[in-house]
Design a binder for this molecule. Sequence first.
Ligand code: G
Ligand code: MN
Length: 349
Amino acid sequence: ETATRAAAERAVAAIATPFHTAGREIRLEANAGVALFPRDSNELDGLILRAERALERAKRARRAVAFYRRDSDAASHHSLYLESDLRAAIEREELSIVYQPICYLPTGEILGLEALTRWEHPTRGPINPGSFVELAERGGFIDRIDRWALREATSQLATWSRLGSNVLVTVNMAAQTLSDPTLPRYIEELLQETGAPADLLVLEVTERTALEDYDSSAGVLKSLRETGVGVALDDFGRGYSSLATLDQLPISFLKLDAGFTRGIGTSLKDEYLMRAVKLFTKGIGMPFVAEGIETEAQRTWLIQQGIRFGQGYLFSRPTACENIVPPRNSRASARLLPPLPADVPRSPN
Ligand code: G
Ligand code: MN
């Protein structure tokens, strides 16, 4: 450890030495996180992950060099096992998809079905989706899970559409998945293979997802829109939202975060915000879906505001596809997927 520490400190010091270029002095900062083979892990992935954990500690403690400490972070040790289980989960068929309806509020009619991935661990039982998605994002393989979900959902969409339904199917996408320029091609192949109609498939992206790697993601979203696949902006209002980007991204409809629905009847601020977003989206011709509707009172208030689309336990919990009968001949796609805002004539100024 002593020799490794000395080497790491020399490297950090070398990077931190000021240098001159084009007549300017440049100063860089560096930290190092170290994991040792085979003490900390005998696998490359494990070593990298642990070195990253050590690096996080070095940055937090503002130290040049930090070593991975097994006992310092029992929880992350635990998540390493879980992570390798998750990598294997696709092949072991432990992942499944449940669907939650997106409804027309006045009638409860189903317009769309959001595909939500579930993981049933062989010994630990169901794992919370939030935590396994984060695990896969940190491990750098969320795209494999997203692409698996896309394949499943697209083939389910094809089945439903052959039965005469034209309900939309939406699938959640992570930033990593969305910034891959081969994604549109992958989706087109899926559509061809399964015979699912492109205009009934919608990708749900969060603003953070779309903006994290804006240059590649915007290109991917644009080519997807050209093939007819829709894009919904998910979790709007949760931390990253700006009204300006709504206009820059090719968004078909917006899903307002469940947190605001919870505020109905208790928080005037949430109510005003929903009304403001309603006014804005109506102005640019973008449908608006309220998430997390749990009570009749919330639904009534939303309808009074002219908000016509919503999702939540009031209508249905996420459900296995065998237990869902999507309606035939609803005008689902037309209601939620009007022409893109860019095609809507705008008033001058
Ligand atoms: O980020 P996104 O909006 O895709 O998250 C959907 C998650 O919200 C799912 O895990 C789903 O089970 C959960 N969910 C859906 N409807 C409701 C609801 O009415 N109340 C609560 N508390 N959670 C919900
Ligand atoms: Mn979603």
